[in-house]
Design a protein around this ligand. Structure first.
Ligand SMILES: Cc1ncc(COP(=O)(O)O)c(C=O)c1O
Length: 386
């Protein structure tokens, strides 16, 4: 099928929920994608932080195919080795005590928010069901996670919302004002969708201490900033805090749908049989893919992510038209003088895929991006921005 046929079918049959760029892909290797137009594109988006090893990674494909050749799905009424192995790996690497698997970031967060309410209800009874979220946060598109998303633009048209959710500025006085009747605070250490903003470490530390003192659960949403993206397995590690729940998705299975809600000591036994579930949650193929991802994100690999980040950031800093860099590791926000959407469109025209977040250009390349791919990509950004 050529591109115009693909686009015509999309426009006719798909719900038009996405503003798409005019391109489709048919293959590629690592951070270099091949378009249906026969052109190569350097990929600084990785399917929004999903393809941690880029495309066509041989070891990842082998792990997926091995599981496909065994069994592609089992119901959660039965035990499953890939889910058990993945949960063990995640617990060993993070100190979490149990994991619930769903299929997306929103589902991981939905599980976290439900767990927080049940924890509090079991311990303190009614009147403590409020969730405090931060302004400019993004937590998903289900009604509870959309409510917890602190951006009015996403709320239009979909009310009424889930009651008892409040929004604080990322500063302690504001959190304290919102904390009356709360059971949990949910944060992204690096807010991705609102412009790649890393939270201030002093604020996060003070927040963690405040939550611990009041028995408010601290939930770290690592859907976008987790799985090696910032140079540590999870970004909260760099803040020196111990969350009660960590959620993740996107890069966890390297390109297959999965979400994980990691429950630490306080929350490990909150959910019991029948409380929560998902038909595809813990799917063996997705879990086998995630076992491959997590077992390869070891210290030498994470060190290479930090080195790549240093290289990419120094190349980007040298570009005229870049006013500032934000984020952590290979999660980069660029403040630019041209409108970010225009930059993304012009980059595409020259063979580079970038993302945007509010008025920033957002870069989330595969964690295996090579120096050559980074150099080719930054050269295109230079042409567009200077
Ligand atoms: C921080 C964060 N949380 C949650 C989500 C929702 O994830 P999903 O689209 O997989 O439901 C996203 C998606 O961008 C995200 O960036």
């Amino acid at each position: 099928m050529d591109f115009s046929e693909i686009r015509a079918l999309d426009e006719r049959y798909l719900a038009q929920t996405y503003g798409r760029y005019p391109v489709a892909f048919k293959g590629g290797k690592n951070a270099t994608l091949l378009g249906t137009d026969g052109r190569e594109y350097i990929d600084f988006g990785a399917g929004i932080a999903v393809n941690v090893f880029g495309v066509n990674d041989e070891a990842w494909k082998e792990a997926v195919i091995r599981q496909l050749n065994a069994v592609q799905h089992v119901s959660n009424y039965y035990y499953s080795e890939p889910a058990s192995r993945l949960a063990e790996l995640l617990c060993e690497r993070t100190g979490a005590r149990r994991v619930f698997f769903g299929n997306s970031g929103a589902e991981a967060n939905e599980c976290a928010l439900k767990t927080a309410r049940k924890y509090s209800f079991m311990k303190y009874g009614a009147g403590r069901s409020k969730i405090v979220s931060l302004k400019d946060s993004f937590h998903g598109r289900t009604l509870f996670t959309l409510t917890a998303t602190g951006q009015d633009a996403f709320h239009r048209d979909f009310g009424p919302f889930v009651p008892d959710v409040g929004y604080a500025e990322p500063e302690m006085a504001s959190v304290e004002r919102e904390a009356e009747g709360a059971c949990a605070v949910i944060i992204e250490c690096v807010q991705g969708e609102s412009g790649v903003n890393a939270l201030d470490p002093a604020f996060v530390k003070a927040l963690a201490a405040f939550c611990a003192a009041r028995d408010l659960l601290l939930i770290c949403d690592e859907v976008q900033c987790g799985n090696g993206r910032t140079g540590t397995l999870y970004a909260y590690e760099q803040y020196g805090i111990s969350p009660d729940i960590v959620t993740t998705a996107k890069g966890l299975a390297g390109g297959l749908p999965i979400g994980a809600c990691m429950l630490f000591e306080k929350t490990k036994d909150v959910l019991s049989a029948g409380d929560h579930g998902s038909t595809f949650g813990g799917n063996p193929v997705c879990c086998a893919a995630a076992v491959n991802v997590i077992s390869r994100l070891d210290e030498p690999f994470l060190c290479s992510v930090r080195e790549k980040s240093a290289f990419l950031r120094s190349e980007l800093k040298a570009i005229g038209g870049v006013d500032g860099l934000t984020g952590l590791g290979l999660m980069v926000g660029l403040s630019v003088r041209k409108p970010a959407k225009q930059v993304a469109a012009e980059c595409l025209g020259r063979g580079l895929l970038v993302l945007t977040a509010h008025d920033r250009v957002r870069l989330l390349p595969p964690l295996t991006v090579t120096e050559e791919e980074m150099a080719r990509g930054t050269e295109i950004l230079k042409e567009v921005l200077e």
